[in-house]
Design a protein around this ligand. Structure first.
Ligand SMILES: [Zn+2]
Ligand SMILES: [Zn+2]
Length: 233
């Protein structure tokens, strides 16, 4: 990958359905205010890079050369509802916690927006007597690089794609996404799941548009996000 003449960095973020749980009042023994509403936020995820070869001469689809998956450090923070209500304080606490993820300002802004949105939604739907919220946000940070195919020495870029067996593709589980429960984007076509739509879930729980993932698996048997392997013949 040393010979990149043309690079167009691109990045986007997918947040998987979060595990939300809330428990009854559990006063913090160290806290002087037993009724304090606490929010425990846990962040984990992966930084996934895709390398695509594009052809400047014709308009064929970019060809996937390689991809790499690096886990992001797990982080957790505890904030109280007052802090959360003050947007600036909430944004700052999360930003400090995610410093070691080394994301761009734009990526950080989007991660924080999504986190705050999820907290708001969870707080609203909690029973009134609950005052503790645990929220696990799994962030997939997807970065793409487009490389001009004419600058690549194909000899060192032999990528053998093995398709998944057809029966495993056909048996993938279909799921309905209900309006309002956004689960991010389909990483194959990069379109956001909007409103009510049907998606297909891989055994690793990553979801995609049905047509998109079927097309993908007929080329490569790996999950495009986590490299989960589907059976091959
Ligand atoms: Zn799609
Ligand atoms: Zn996956």
């Amino acid at each position: 990958m040393s010979n990149m003449a043309h690079q167009r960095p691109n990045s986007y973020i997918q947040v998987l359905p979060d595990a939300v749980s809330s428990t009854r009042t559990q006063p913090d023994p160290k806290s002087s205010k037993p009724d304090e509403f606490l929010i425990s936020l846990q962040f984990s995820g992966n930084s996934i890079s895709y390398y695509w070869a594009t052809n400047q001469q014709d308009s064929t689809d970019p060809r996937l050369l390689d991809w790499a998956n690096r886990p992001l450090l797990e982080n957790s923070i505890l904030i109280n509802l007052q802090e959360f209500m003050c947007r600036e304080t909430a944004r700052e606490s999360i930003a400090i916690e995610l410093e070691d993820w080394q994301v761009s300002d734009e990526e950080l802004r989007r991660i924080i927006d999504m986190a705050l949105g999820r907290i708001r939604k969870a707080v609203i739907s909690m029973p009134a007597r609950h005052n503790f919220l645990y929220l696990h946000l799994r962030v997939d940070l997807i970065r793409e690089q487009f490389i001009d195919a004419s600058t690549i020495y194909m000899d060192d870029q032999v990528v053998r794609m093995v398709p998944a067996i057809e029966s495993s593709i056909e048996s993938l589980e279909r799921k309905k996404i209900v309006a309002g429960s956004a689960v991010g984007e389909c990483v194959v076509c990069m379109e956001e799941f909007s409103g009510e739509c049907e998606v297909v879930s891989m055994p690793c729980l990553h979801v995609f548009h049905e047509d998109c993932i079927k097309k993908w698996l007929r080329t490569s048997h790996y999950c495009p996000i986590c490299r989960f392997e589907m059976p091959t013949s």
